[in-house]
Each structure stands twice: as structure tokens, then as C-alpha cells.
Write a protein that binds this ligand. Sequence first.
Ligand code: BDP
Length: 331
Amino acid sequence: MDRRSVVKLGLAGLAMGAVRVPAAFAQAKLVLKATDVHPLGYPTVEAVERMGKKLAAATDARISIQMYPSMQLGGEKEMIEQAQVGALQIARISVGPMGPLVPELNVFNLPFVFRDATHAEKVMDGPIGDEMLKKLSDHPTAGLIGLCWMNGGTRNVYNSKHPIKTVEDLKGLKIRMMGNPVFVDTMNSLGGNGVAMGFDQLVNAMQTGVVDGAENNEPSYESGQHYRYAKYYSRTGHLIIPELLVFSKKSWEGLSKEDQALVMRFAKEAQQEQRTLWYEREKASIEILKKAGIEINEVADKKQFQAAVKPVWDKYGAQHAALIERIQGVK
Ligand code: BDP
């Protein structure tokens, strides 16, 4: 074969995506663009940044992570879209907006599906967690590789009007929920008015009275400055939603097997590191909230809330009964 045919063949192969990048290019620096809705220092952001440092150390700075925190690239919907087309490589997102894309994941979005945070951790760390990551990675159109899980705490309702102690207290309140029908239905079945919108729109919506409040864990409520607009934080504990670290499938396919394995290895370590950071941050956030004079109230009768969301379980849980049973069986 003369040189020209070799080049031609090579180009054809490249067009088909079949040819591995020549050695000279393989050594080129790879900057993985990562994003998160949360600010620098937040447990998820910190864990991914540490992952980037490890990647750099292990590859002689050939691979690194450039973090875009604080919704610089938009809310989670935008982040998912950008990861799908390969405009960014790593996104740390809640399972919340992933439910409509990968139906099995929506089971994690059911109200009160986990008994407590420890139960959720055991599920993430065990075979169900692995299966769900694989379901996501193998999904024909989701366009994402599931790298690992992260803790997302327990979500509680906050609003600007009054403390929530019973289901009746939610009546008439407009509460922002994540963009997924299961959450709007959850809030509506609890008697409130669920309003779906991105995390990036929430502060403005509270400032302008488009909503009376929202629901989230303490670190998001605190670091997002939401407590400035909605000072009643009530421990409804209606959702415990695991978080995901995902990689753009399009970009993933361009990595060598070795680099994929390296990213995976450090992602698994990030899962455990984030957990430690999470519990520290939860405590720190509660301190900040107390100092700011926020009223945090417990909800004595959770059973009332659990009973009210039965229609949500009937609608979204019925088709995943076997999976739900396995989750409940994790002790
Ligand atoms: C936070 C999650 C983040 C979500 C946000 C939300 O960490 O991924 O975007 O809630 O409510 O707890 O949208």
C-alpha cells in the first residue's frame, strides 16, 4: 500500500469512528469540562475537584478536570443536554431530572422510598446501585455514562408563610419542585401546589412571589441562599434522592480503555469521599441557618404525609414493584 492509500484508509476509518487516535495525539492534554449547580466548596463540587487532582497526578497532568460550578453552564436540564452532545464531559446531577429519561431511576424519586439516609447509602453502594448505573449507561438514547453516586441528603419543605406541621399546612402554598412530573404530583397529593422549574430559576421565583418556597436538603437551602426568602424550614423528609456523577457518552467513546478505567476508579473513590464531606457540610449548614434565625421544625406525624402520597406510588411505582420490593428489602 502506498502512503496515500494508507492516509485515505486512515481518514475513512476516522470518519467511522473506528480508528484509534494516533499515539502522538493520544498524549495530547485532555481537559474534562465538569459542572455542578452548586458553588465551590460544596461537597459534590469538592469531591469532583479532588477527582481531577488525582487524575492529573496519575497521568502526569495529561488528564485534568476544569470545574464550572454555580450553574455557570445553566441548570441541570441544560447540563444534561450539554453532556449528551459532548459539549461538556462530567455533570453532577440529581436523579430527579433523570427519571423521565431512564424509567427505572424514577423509583429513587418516589416519596419516602428510602427509610432514611443510611438505607439510601446501602442501596447506592450495593448491587441495585450498580445495576442502576448500568441501566443508565446502557440506555440507548440517554447519552450518558453513570460513573458513581453521591449523597443528596433528605429533602424538606421550606416556605415564607408558616411552619409545616401537618399536611393541611401545605394547602394553598406554591412550592417549587424539580422538573419531573413525579415531584409535582407528590406536592399536589400533599395538598400544596407543585410548580416545576429549574434550580437556576428558583431564587428569582421566590423573590418575585412566583412561588412561596421549595424543598431541599439543608446544604442546598443554605448555600443557595434560599433561606433568605423562605425562613420556615420543616422536616417533612419526603424525599431522599441520590445524586449522580455522569460522563458524556459521546466523549467517553473517545477515551482509551485505560483512561476510562482511571476515571471510573477515581469516581468510585469520589463517591465515598463526598459522603464524608456531606455530613460535615450538613452540620455546618444547620449552624449557619440557626445563626441566621431560621426556624427549623420537626414534623411529628410523618405517617399522614406518607398516606397522602399513595396515589403517586400507584401511578409511578406499580410498574416497578419488583425493584421497589428489592429496595425495601435492603437492611
Ligand atoms: C439539590 C441537588 C441538585 C438539584 C437541586 C434541585 O444537589 O442536584 O439540582 O437540589 O432542587 O439538592 O434542583
